[in-house]
Design a protein around this ligand. Structure first.
Ligand SMILES: [Zn+2]
Length: 415
């Protein structure tokens, strides 16, 4: 599902001198708060957050009159910008009300605007960082967001993926493919090690292949994120030191124990991805494996997925991380997955929030920069109407979004 995003827009805006639109505001900003969920499971009360040059520079008791120009968030709950470690920002529904494909005739400009739109709705929903398990053109999107040409979440991307057939599938050719992604600027390596859930999910890559692909990623300093559904496929990923496993619908106790032992991050989905496909069936039906068998498989996966969240969130030491697998139709609805985690999967609301903040940051190796409200961290700060630690649905009512000190949404004044 690769698409071509024109570079001309970026080039034109660079020439027009718009390059630094994203620079953080000058001077000191103060956010006055009454309740902060700090991203580690702790709560801070009555605190002023000081932001300078896009970073949190001080947390101090909120006393005295409201400072001039302070942003008053006292009626809200404040938390770190949310992080989704698995989205597909290139996926969208086209003007024919169908999933966009390479052959639908959409122009590069149409594709670019849809990708920009996906980035904007995701940021508005309070997700200030995403990992797009995406296509080659995600690099232009990453640049456009980083330069402030368009609003969007901080974008981390694989620029494509490997599977058991890449370059013929020999260990050497898989290593070479990993090196090519690194050269192209990938932040992370995406590996398909099992079939799709719509095709049964059985293992497709051998231990030898995974050892080569994940090993080469590690050698180059990159993380490896592995799509795996069957227990065997998940075990092979954990055994061969891959960084993170996605999905894992058929994961069992022994497999979870292996991920704990190996320190593997685990990113199972609870429901948004399945419900989005089923609710939008008419937009996907007849494309690839989006057929009757595929939809039936996804319907059957829902109770398994919910039970999987229940088991994973009760497995001590398992590094459970948040990722939605948001595709066309699901962008901006990422918080529905948090609601599913808590209401259907039985995870505690605070654990779900930690999994989408400091734990997600750790999985991205950004734990010293994002995912917490603490001195020295990037000023990625959101506020919700209601307290998500007691009512997780509040994550669907984001009223304030700041990323790197720039405010992208502020409906906080209402009382
Ligand atoms: Zn995916």
């Amino acid at each position: 599902m690769s698409s071509v995003l024109s570079r001309s827009l970026v080039v034109a805006l660079l020439a027009a001198g718009q390059l630094l639109a994203q620079a953080p505001p000058k001077g000191t900003q103060i956010l006055r708060t009454s309740r902060i969920l700090d991203g580690t499971g702790s709560t801070l009360t009555n605190t002023d957050i000081e932001v300078v040059d896009g970073r949190i520079t001080a947390l101090r008791p909120a006393t005295g009159p409201l400072p001039a120009n302070a942003i008053d968030l006292r009626r809200r709950t404040v938390l770190p910008g949310l992080i989704d470690t698995h989205v597909h920002l290139g996926w969208y529904v086209n003007d024919e009300n169908r999933l966009h494909t390479d052959s639908d005739g959409d122009t590069p400009a149409e594709q670019a605007y849809h990708q920009a739109g996906n980035a904007w709705v995701t940021l508005r929903a309070g997700f200030t960082t995403v990992q797009s398990i995406g296509e080659a053109d995600n690099d232009v999107l990453r640049t456009a967001i980083a330069l402030g040409l368009i609003p969007g979440p901080r974008l981390i991307t694989s620029l494509g993926s490997l599977n058991e057939r890449t370059g013929g599938g020999s260990p050497d050719s898989l290593r070479a493919a990993v090196r090519r992604f690194k050269t192209a600027g990938a932040d992370v390596i995406k590996i398909f090690a099992s079939k799709s859930i719509r095709d049964g999910g059985e293992a497709t890559m051998t231990d030898e292949q995974l050892a080569a692909a994940c090993g080469e990623s590690t050698t180059l300093g990159l993380r490896s994120v592995v799509h795996a559904h069957s227990a065997e496929a998940v075990q092979r990923a954990a055994r061969n030191a891959c960084t993170q496993v996605e999905h894992g619908v058929f994961t069992d106790d022994a497999t979870r124990a292996m991920m704990v032992a190996r320190g593997t991050f685990f990113d199972p989905q609870c429901g948004l991805v399945f419900h989005n496909y089923l609710d939008n069936k008419v937009r996907f039906e007849g494309i690839g494996n989006y057929n009757a068998v595929g939809f039936a498989s996804m319907e059957k996966a829902i109770p398994l997925a919910e039970a999987g969240i229940r088991a994973a969130s009760r497995t001590p030491g398992l590094k459970l991380v948040f990722g939605t697998d948001a595709v066309a139709g699901a962008h901006g609805r990422n918080a529905e997955e948090l609601v599913c985690r808590v209401r259907r999967g039985g995870q505690s609301a605070m654990d779900a929030i930690v999994s989408a903040t400091s734990r997600a940051a750790e999985s991205l190796r950004l734990e010293k920069q994002i995912g917490r409200i603490a001195v020295g961290f990037n000023a990625d700060i959101i506020a919700t109407d209601g307290d998500p630690s007691t009512e997780i649905e509040a994550t669907q009512r984001v009223v304030f979004v700041m990323r790197n000190g720039s405010v992208f949404r502020n409906e906080s004044a209402g009382r």
